[in-house]
Design a protein around this ligand. Sequence first.
Ligand code: MG
Length: 364
Amino acid sequence: MGFVPVIGRSIKKQLEEREAQILSPFAARSATSKGRRVEEPEDMCDIRLPYQRDRDRIIHSKTFRRLKHKTQVFLAPAGDHYRTRLTHVLEVSQIARTISAALCLNEPLTEAIALGHDLGHTPFGHAGEATLNELHPSGFKHYLHSLRVVDHLEKKGRGLNLSWEVRNGIACHSKGRDEILPSSGQGLAETLEGQVVRLADIVAYVNHDLDDAMRAGLLEDGDIPHSIVAVVGSGHSLRIGSMVRDIIVETLTASDGNLHISEPMLVAITELRSFLYDNVYRNLLVHREFEKAQRIITELYAYFLEHGLVRRMGDDWAIAAGDCDWPDEKSGHRRVCDYIAGMTDNYAIGVYEHLFMPSPWSVR
Ligand code: MG
């Protein structure tokens, strides 16, 4: 017969009962969440559970909308078909939800982590991140900044007040060039849903960056090393499908409450990541644009540090300096870093032109 919701009872309660009935014993459940940083009333319309509300708060945030004009790999691409940070996040979400559904995990939690994981990305992708990391005295990591966005910067400094499990998943998604799924468990999210997003992130980006590199003419299908093709197959769709299926099958087979991936697939994904570093991320043509982006960020940073934020430009990034766990909350460096990290590629270029390029005098 299945689960049929009925009128006259709390919708939220019935969703909780459904979670209890159909989710895997290894899934996170709304009813046992560690809660929010600040307690608040439940959904006043009695429709959504906490992770659903978190997902919706992220989608409705300004930072989320700005992802559409932030670089994934190719800077401010003129071609409409290149990925941006927003489409990357959507592809991560789609892959993560597919894995989550097959493992009977909590899909709204998975989705909320996936949609929120890259909110802290700077303009110009990793070039922007690397530059802020050099300029800010405490360094800069996009995954920590994602957490700062949802805790402090969104809603004019009030933050989104997300559930602990979503915040934990966001903070633990990144791996850089480190182990994709550390056997020690160190650095992994506490929920399986958070771990799924960590894997879905790399499955998404190695595939879409490869696809975009082919679109840009940097690579051809035949350039992919045979050792990778032998494991993941040929073609964009089959590559993603092979990786996703491997994670699902290995995890269901082990059924031990941890996420698994087969050794050959882990090696193939790691090799593909290295292949992209060598042929795309460090490609001279891509890198030349990165250097220009780094110059823009560096000059904006120095200017704002010396002159203070330029409020007259109509930006509303007033940062609330209330109680928080960031020790340098009120410092000039922190404010400048927050301001620049929040910019889109186009906005940063516009501010740079406004500050440093002469405007042609218009004749009346
Ligand atoms: Mg990502």
